[in-house]
Design a protein around this ligand. Structure first.
Ligand code: GLU
Length: 525
């Protein structure tokens, strides 16, 4: 899932589209492209690989015009080549797409049978072909877009421009976020507010199923039924400065160093620092009091944060606590708790599988709580209770400060649940909270040990495999460590419960295999 930028305005767009894509580089991508509408035609420029390659293509063959779309692709269907890079074009339409069109093969068969010729291996090209086809049949761009949308199944954010329709920019979202931005006589589309930060902070977060028809001076938003709707225009919390690197080499490093602050910010709304008690919505306290068990649904790093929370909820609140990977949960028939709650944990609040899991819980009337870092996100908007983390925008692809912010918030929730169920007294609550409020200081201290950390990294650096082990809450932390090593260093790593080592993985131990043991000096040591 990668990035989209669209501009309809009064100045040349190609340079600004490229700048917008640079803002989206943090998401990772394998190819990129732009398309600009002018003088009855659309000019397209694409390149595989880094944005630099696209910049030089555009440098050699500029694409003049004031209406355009841009895309960084992270391939799901078809190799990361120039022909598969977006925008895709057919007839008068040019489109960019994030997500997956699940019924693309059926649509492609239908379109090819009708004589349309495809030039890529992507699922996304069906969007262009459908639009181009409906326009060839005589529909206007807007009607063709509405009709095309009703053909699609899957998750998407789309932006489109049209030959002969200068000034017209159409976008849609379902399952992937899309933000509409307002400029001075200009309108923008972006896959997040960060992409639009250099252009504007005045935005509307489109809702699930919305599509928008934008001209430089006005935009009309329609819902999934085609009815015109008003959506709130808000000032995004993301400023251009927040997404600057500052003195750091890369965003992950910056975000690691932000943790004392992001943890403190995340604890603040849920902790009364004077009384050392938790602060929790009274209605959520009622839910915890009545709860038969908790089910936490999440993906990736958020899943490991949920696994840590399991120990806390069981230990402190005496509540049975299940953790589930959202993509598994949504495709089985999970036995749901009667009185809940379900906790949906997601940094972005847009994780498609977690959103689907939330909807499943809602269908069965399970009280649900969103723990997200983006309060305007789809998961936050749909949930009964929202307990935001305050990590600030996380640009690094590998989650760091969002993970510790989730842990901080989940810890306060576990203490609140324990209180609601009469499992801890004031003294115990005070002790726990005085430890929690000391966290930012301790994280700071840990960060000053960078030289030691670098020494350890040097051991891991040359390894081909690594093991991470831990017991108790350190077990999910070991999983999280292994995940980080895999995704950042491309070194194969496995996380294991320490006690499981002897039931198989010990066979892998050999000279030179690093084993990271997460074992602080506590009762388990
Ligand atoms: N599924 C599309 C493709 O493979 C879009 C991928 C993306 O979101 O970047 O081209």
């Amino acid at each position: 899932m990668c990035g989209i930028v669209g501009i309809t305005g009064h100045g040349e767009v190609a340079g600004r589209l490229l700048e917008g894509l640079a803002r989206l580089e943090y998401r990772g991508y394998d190819s990129a492209g732009i398309a600009v509408a002018k003088n009855g035609s659309v000019e397209r420029r694409r390149a595989a690989g880094r944005l630099e390659a696209l910049r030089s293509v555009v440098g050699d063959a500029p694409a003049p015009g004031k209406t355009g779309i841009a895309h960084t692709r992270w391939a799901t269907h078809g190799k990361p080549t120039e022909t598969n890079a977006h925008p895709h074009m057919s007839g008068r339409a040019a489109i960019v797409h994030n997500g997956i069109i699940e019924n693309f093969q059926d649509l492609k068969n239908r379109l090819e049978a009708a004589g349309r010729v495809f030039s890529s291996d992507t699922d996304s090209e069906v969007i262009a072909q459908l639009l181009g086809g409906y326009m060839d049949d005589g529909l206007g761009a807007e009607d063709a877009f509405g009709r095309m949308l009703s053909d699609l199944n899957g998750a998407f954010a789309i932006a489109a421009v049209f030959a002969g329709e200068e000034g017209l920019l159409i976008g849609a979202r379902k399952g992937s976020p899309l933000v509409l931005g307002y400029g001075d006589g200009e309108m923008y589309l972006g896959s997040d507010a960060i992409a639009l930060a250099p252009l504007t902070r005045e935005v509307t977060y489109l809702e699930e199923g919305d599509w928008v028809v934008a001209y430089p001076d006005a935009a009309t938003i329609r819902d999934t039924n085609g009815n015109t709707v008003e959506r709130p225009r808000v000032r995004s919390r993301v400023s251009a400065a927040m997404v600057e690197l500052g003195p750091y080499d890369h965003f992950m490093q910056k975000e690691i160093h932000e943790q004392p602050e992001s943890t403190a910010r995340s604890l603040a709304p849920y902790v009364d620092p004077g009384k050392l008690t938790t602060i929790c919505d009274p209605q959520l306290m009622d839910v915890f009091e009545r709860a038969d068990r908790v089910v936490a649904v999440s993906c990736g790093t958020s899943y490991y944060a949920s696994q840590v929370a399991k120990y806390w909820f069981e230990d402190l609140a005496g509540l049975s606590f299940e953790t589930d990977v959202a993509s598994e949960f949504r495709y089985r028939k999970p036995v749901l708790p009667q009185t809940g709650p379900a906790l949906l944990v997601s940094q972005s609040g847009e994780t498609a599988d977690t959103l689907a899991a939330l909807r499943h819980c809602k269908t069965y009337g399970v009280p649900n709580v969103a723990i997200v870092n983006v309060p305007e996100s789809s998961i936050a908007r749909d949930a009964d209770f929202v307990v935001p983390t305050q990590a600030g925008p996380e640009i690094g692809v590998a989650s760091t400060k969002a993970f510790t912010a989730q842990l901080a918030v989940l810890a306060t929730l576990a203490i609140s649940a324990a209180k609601a169920r009469g499992r801890i007294d004031e003294g115990a609550e005070r002790d726990l909270l005085s430890s929690l409020v000391g966290l930012p200081r301790l994280i700071n201290e840990t960060l000053t040990r960078q030289p030691k950390i670098i020494e350890a990294a040097e051991i891991l650096m040359t390894a081909e495999n690594a093991l991470y082990i831990g017991r108790g809450i350190y077990c999910p932390l070991a999983y999280e460590g292994a995940l980080k090593l895999k995704e950042i260093s491309y070194i194969h790593a496995e996380g294991y419960p320490a006690g499981e080592l002897k039931h198989g993985p010990i066979a892998l131990l050999e000279e030179g295999l690093p084993v990271v043991v997460v074992a602080p000096q506590d009762r388990l040591f």
